[in-house]
Design a protein around this ligand. Structure first.
Ligand SMILES: CC(C)(COP(=O)(O)OP(=O)(O)OC[C@H]1O[C@@H](n2cnc3c(N)ncnc32)[C@H](O)[C@@H]1OP(=O)(O)O)[C@@H](O)C(=O)NCCC(=O)NCCS
Length: 259
């Protein structure tokens, strides 16, 4: 890694590839930035570039990161990787699938049924814990990691299914003037593959079907960029159990005008 303007070497970014090619296993990336050059986004830029190249070339990309190493977790997240439940020698395995595979993965969205509860609970728990800033809070309030079956019983939960597995879900509440997104969770191993956006578009279709012209959400701080990308704007800040959070909305243009 060199600084563009000066050519000064500031660190390294590396990849280890299995000799048998991408079918034989994932590409493992790692980075190191010298102490004086840390905190300037060098690792983010270098790792993101390398990961993008590898994904385009058909590789699943992984990294192993110590749970206490927050700076490296930010680098990995910026490069599009997500944490998995796998731990090797005390380090968490992060992963992102190849671009082609992500695009090909067929995702179907359907109403969730009571038989989906344990899969929904599993996605809910792992997805909630994937937000770095929330983890400590959630672990001290384990009751909020329990997903109630009320919305499923009331037919207000939509499940995203790929390869016969639930990979995300959303729960909505119709309040008359607007449709509220109560929950939106994607399996950490399947984030950044368009599943969250597909769930939002599905809720927009439900709103339209009910003649509702606005969708609202109290967004998790970590999901702010995602909601902005999917057409939501911030209205104001509200106080939640875990601190301030942006209240956001998306107005729906009449059907035929695009989603
Ligand atoms: C927020 C969440 C639902 C997004 O789901 P996702 O499937 O990863 O999102 P998508 O792949 O559909 O992303 C859609 C766009 O948002 C962007 N995006 C998604 N997550 C992002 C992030 N953390 N930072 C910046 N951009 C992000 C994507 O890059 C994509 O942009 P593009 O239009 O340029 O391609 C998912 O990260 C999640 O489950 N988070 C944990 C639970 C949570 O916080 N839920 C929100 C509760 S309000």
């Amino acid at each position: 890694m060199r600084v563009r303007e000066t050519g000064m070497a500031v660190g390294t970014v590396q990849v280890t590839l299995p000799a048998g090619g991408s079918a034989a296993g994932p590409a493992e990336v790692a980075w190191v930035v010298g102490l004086q050059a840390q905190g300037r986004g060098y690792a983010k830029e270098a790792a993101s570039g390398l990961v993008a190249l590898l994904r385009k070339a058909g590789w699943t990309v992984i990294a192993h990161i110590h749970p206490a190493h927050l700076a490296s977790q930010r680098v990995a997240r910026a490069a599009g990787l997500s944490p998995t439940a796998e731990v090797h020698d005390g380090e968490v395995r992060w992963v992102i699938r190849p671009a082609a595979q992500a695009e090909q993965a067929m995702v179907v969205i359907r109403a969730a049924v009571p038989g989906d509860m344990s899969a929904l609970q599993d996605v809910f728990r792992r997805s909630s814990l994937s937000n770095d800033g929330d983890r400590a809070n959630l672990l001290t309030h384990p009751e909020v990691l329990e997903f109630s079956d009320l919305a499923v019983r009331e037919g207000r939960t939509r499940a995203a299914v790929a390869d016969n597995r639930i990979v995300g879900f959303a729960t909505w509440l119709g309040t008359g003037n607007f449709l509220e997104i109560e929950d939106l969770f994607v399996d950490p191993e399947r984030m950044r593959q368009g599943i969250g956006r597909a769930l939002v578009l599905d809720l927009i279709a439900i709103a339209r079907g009910q003649g509702i012209r606005r969708v609202e959400v109290t967004a998790n701080q970590h999901a702010l960029a995602f909601y902005e990308k999917t057409g939501f704007v911030v209205d104001h800040e509200v106080t939640t159990m875990f601190g301030p959070a942006p209240r956001m909305h998306r107005d729906l243009i009449p059907a035929g005008g695009g989603a």
